[in-house]
Write a new protein. Structure first.
Length: 153
């Protein structure tokens, strides 16, 4: 079992990305355990990994990462082919148990990514601060991460 973690950084909020009126990307009513269970069924059927993105609607960096996932065609295609993405809302201790179940990835700040295999085994935890370049996430770093943890087919 390979479990990789990275050095902690404090939570970051980009003022620009945290502007009021931005669409909510995290559903604050969903049960993270049920989200993950459904994602694992899909991942097993489609030979994919599960990418858990822990975050909150107030988190500017969460919005920036979500925007990159959607706007960069190469990253979006990689996610679609190799991952089932699950946005885990952790606002005000929501889904606190999920954070605890995966070794407290939120200690790195938000957003934070945990990659699971199709059986639900954690493979890595990624401090997304390591994927940043200035005031954005670096597409090359994000793609390198996604390629490194994609299923080996």
């Amino acid at each position: 079992m390979l479990l990789q973690t990275f050095v902690a950084t404090p939570p970051r909020v980009s003022a620009e990305a945290a502007k009021p009126g931005r669409p909510k990307i995290y559903d604050e009513s969903l049960d993270g355990a049920k989200q993950i269970a459904a994602a694992l069924v899909t991942a097993k059927k489609e030979d994919k990994r599960v990418l858990l993105q822990f975050g909150a609607n107030w988190c500017g960096w969460c919005h920036l990462l979500d925007e990159l996932f959607e706007s960069d065609k190469e990253i979006a295609a990689k996610l679609k082919s190799d991952y089932v993405v699950v946005l885990i809302d952790v606002n005000k201790d929501h889904n606190k148990n999920i954070n605890e179940n995966y070794g407290n990835p939120m200690r790195y700040g938000l957003p934070v990514i945990v990659v699971l295999d199709a059986d639900g085994k954690p493979l890595t935890t990624q401090d997304t601060g390591k994927l940043e370049d200035g005031k954005r996430h670096d597409p090359a770093k994000v793609m390198a991460f996604l390629k490194a943890w994609a299923p080996k087919r």
